[in-house]
Design a protein around this ligand. Structure first.
Ligand code: 5GP
Length: 190
């Protein structure tokens, strides 16, 4: 997606340990117009799938997920990373190791927001080693719901996330693919 690649080229900052900082439009400040375009693009790429809900993880997955839900006219559920006073229902949970924070979080979704005939699309901001997506797949498996596809805003193709997902034979769409961040330079896969 050219619009997104241009923004990464203009505003992305390469940090140590292969981390790309894009907090001017995705991870801190959010550009609603860009996110709207992202949502429409995911809706187009998964147009033939019977999606009833979008699944993501707080916090950086929420903006692209909500815009995709808007484009597909379906609700968005975000897995929560922290215990909450209001999150007291029966929960589906999974452990997720965070690449950027180097900590393990338990992510949870209240069972009452998942129905047996749900068919979900997973959306997230980044795909690195696939831990966040794997956590959501674990929850989908536990809830016995179908995963119709996985939409990623920025994939780092030099990390192993895609391998984990392709083993499951699920359609994976990434709107920008980065093949290297070596020497502080962003290289796109295409
Ligand atoms: P994974 O679980 O695939 O290893 O990593 C995905 C999660 O880690 C994303 O949801 C994102 O929050 C974070 N992440 C991984 N790599 C990067 C990166 O290069 N930049 C930013 N900003 N976040 C990243």
């Amino acid at each position: 997606m050219k619009l997104l690649e241009d923004r990464i080229r203009q505003e992305g900052i390469v940090l140590p340990h292969n981390v790309l900082k894009v907090d001017s439009f995705l991870n801190h400040q959010v550009d609603p117009e860009l996110m709207s375009a992202v949502g429409k693009e995911f809706a187009k790429r998964f147009a033939d799938k019977p999606v009833t809900k979008i699944l993501t993880v707080e916090s950086s997955g929420i903006a692209p997920a909500v815009m995709t839900g808007l484009a597909l006219h379906v609700p968005v559920i975000f897995a929560r990373k922290h215990k909450s006073l209001t999150l007291t229902d029966d929960l589906y949970t999974a452990d997720v190791y965070s690449y950027t924070k180097q900590t393990t979080n338990k992510i949870s979704i209240a069972k009452r927001f998942i129905e047996p005939n749900d068919s979900v699309l997973i959306i997230d901001d980044f795909l690195a080693n696939g831990q966040a997506v794997e956590g959501l797949l674990t929850i989908a498996d536990a809830a016995q719901i179908q995963v119709q596809g996985i939409g990623i805003v920025i994939e780092k193709t030099f990390q192993k996330g895609r391998d984990i997902i392709t083993k499951r034979d699920i359609q994976l769409e990434a709107l920008a693919q980065i093949s290297s961040l070596e020497n502080g330079q962003v290289q796109f896969a295409n």
